[in-house]
Write a protein that binds this ligand. Structure first.
Ligand SMILES: [Zn+2]
Length: 315
């Protein structure tokens, strides 16, 4: 499949965060990244959220009659995963395949699947704002992931057979797993504050900026308090993304999309679009760091600053 897609993984990496960048320009984008499972109306018969596993139209009509006013207020993540999967399949079936479009859709699908594996993308208390735990979102998906993915740790996911992927049901299965982790994650953060009341945060120099981040000691405690579940969750997300791409490609008839020229990412307008995207992302990261709340996505840890550069906030 790698060869059939043109053998250009760098574009998948480059576009992995495009879905987040679109939140700044498309008002419909934000709800596609989460589902507030605990805020959904519950069926009186079995206590499960009334929309669980339902097609989008039916789910929307059920929630539109509730006082909260439609699916958009709870999030659209599982339905959007199914939608992008179908778009990806159709894009590969097309008579004149646009490889750039295929790779963009594959990157988006990977992004939304990654979000679905993050426990706090399944809760209305997504940044601990209801329980006095602001910043927990970035702690799980940014700070802890960066610490776990640091090159010095040389962590790698186990090689396992590709899991099965169903465009409708797998998304619900993932959300079920993620939401079950929410109480444990909230409890771990409370314990982390108790164990590191003063030495949990410190300044770290990265290039020319000084960032306020959890200390490596606090992150080690956090990993222990969360029962070392974060890295396996990352691996599970990676395997499911691979499975989704493979399933979509098979559903499209396993076409060979590679052209001798490869995907086109050159030319002035493509360059300009990427510059604007990068600036937007940089601005967003800056703002989020300032607020100490974040909706950042899984990103590889790209600096391996020695831990001696870390200055504790309360030495
Ligand atoms: Zn996202």
């Amino acid at each position: 499949m790698r060869q059939a897609w043109g053998g250009h993984p760098e574009l998948l990496i480059q576009w992995a965060t495009s879905a987040d960048s679109r939140k700044h320009t498309d008002s419909l984008e934000a709800p596609r990244h989460y589902l507030d499972v605990d805020d959904l109306p519950v069926s009186l018969a079995d206590g499960l959220p009334i929309v669980w596993g339902l097609p989008h139209d039916l789910a929307d009509s059920l929630t539109s009659t509730s006082k909260d006013g439609g699916l958009g207020s709870f999030g659209l993540l599982p339905w959007h995963i199914e939608r992008v999967y179908n778009q990806l399949t159709w894009s590969m079936k097309s008579d004149s395949v646009d490889l750039n479009r295929v790779l963009r859709l594959a990157a988006d699908l990977g992004h939304y699947l990654g979000d679905a594996h993050v426990p706090l993308h399944t809760s209305g208390n997504y940044d601990g704002q209801r329980t006095g735990q602001r910043g927990i979102h970035a702690l799980w998906e940014t700070h802890a992931m960066e610490w776990l993915l640091a090159p010095s740790r040389a962590s790698s996911c186990p090689c396992t057979p590709l899991p099965s992927f169903d465009p409708r049901w797998t998304a619900w299965e993932i959300l079920d797993e993620s939401h079950a982790m929410v109480p444990m994650v909230l409890h771990a953060e409370t314990e982390l504050r108790r164990l590191h009341p003063e030495d949990g945060w410190g300044f770290r120099r990265r290039g020319r900026t000084l960032q306020l981040l959890p200390t490596p000691e606090a992150l080690a405690t956090w990993d222990s308090l969360t029962n070392h579940t974060t890295f396996p969750r990352f691996c599970k997300a990676s395997h499911r993304i691979a499975a989704a791409w493979y399933a979509a490609w098979m559903d499209a008839g396993a076409p060979n999309l590679a052209s001798p020229a490869g995907p086109t990412n050159h030319g002035f307008w493509a360059y300009l679009a990427e510059v604007v995207r990068a600036l937007r992302l940089k601005f967003k990261v800056f703002n989020l760091r300032l607020k100490a709340t974040s909706n950042l996505e899984l990103q590889p840890y790209d600096d391996d600053t020695p831990e001696t550069d870390f200055e504790h906030l309360h030495p």
